[in-house]
Design a protein around this ligand. Structure first.
Ligand code: CA
Length: 179
C-alpha cells in the first residue's frame, strides 16, 4: 500500500505543476524554534509550491506555519540534506494540526515524504528537527542544511482515496470536539 500511495501522490504533483506556476522560494528565518514562534508562510492554495531551505544546528528545531485554504491532499516532498557529519541520519519532519497534535511524520527521501488529507481548511504547522529528536523539542546534536517542497493539491478521485493516508481526519475529529 505504501508504494501505491507514493506513486499516486507523485502523479498528482506532476499534474498540479503542469497547470500553474510552481516553486516559490522560502528561506528559513530564525527564531522559529517552537510551534508558538513558527515562521509564517503564505496560505497554501492549489497553485503555489513552496521550496523551503534552511539550516539545523545542534538543539535546533524549525517550525513553519501556514493555512491550507481548500479541502486538499497536503504533500511534502524531496526532503534532502547536507550534513556536517557524513554519518548524520538527517532530518525528521512532522505535521501538526491546529491543536498542536502530531498527525504525520517523514524522513529524508527523494519522493513524497509526508502526506495528509485535509478535509477542512485550517492552520497547520510543519516541524523539522534532527532524527533523534522525536519530540520536536531540540533534543539532538545533528547539524545539516536542508531543502524540501510543500504544496496542497485537489483530492484525487474517490476511488483512489483508500490508497492515501487519512491523517487529516485527526484534525477533523479534534475540531468537532472543540465546537
Ligand atoms: Ca530554528
Amino acid at each position: 500500500m505504501t508504494n501505491a500511495r507514493v506513486c499516486l501522490s507523485i502523479a498528482v504533483v506532476a499534474s498540479a505543476c503542469s497547470v500553474a506556476a510552481c516553486g516559490v522560494d522560502v528561506s528559513e528565518t530564525e527564531p522559529n524554534n517552537t510551534m508558538q514562534e513558527a515562521q509564517l508562510l503564505p496560505p497554501l492554495d492549489w497553485v503555489t509550491i513552496y521550496d523551503v531551505s534552511g539550516t539545523i544546528g545542534s538543539g535546533d528545531v524549525d517550525f513553519f506555519q501556514f493555512e491550507v485554504t481548500n479541502t486538499s491532499l497536503f504533500l511534502v516532498g524531496s526532503l534532502e540534506y547536507v550534513a556536517v557529519d557524513p554519518l548524520d541520519p538527517g532530518p525528521y519532519l512532522g505535521l501538526f494540526d491546529f491543536g498542536g497534535t502530531l498527525i504525520e511524520t517523514g524522513v529524508a527521501d527523494v519522493g513524497i515524504v509526508l502526506s495528509a488529507i485535509v478535509l477542512q481548511p485550517g492552520t497547520f504547522t510543519l516541524g523539522l528537527t534532527g532524527l533523534d529528536d522525536r519530540g520536536f523539542v531540540g533534543d539532538h546534536t545533528h547539524q545539516f542544511t536542508y531543502t524540501f517542497y510543500l504544496q496542497a493539491v485537489p483530492l484525487p478521485a474517490a476511488g483512489a482515496m483508500p490508497l492515501l493516508g487519512v491523517a487529516g481526519l485527526a484534525g477533523m475529529s479534534r475540531r468537532r470536539r472543540a465546537n
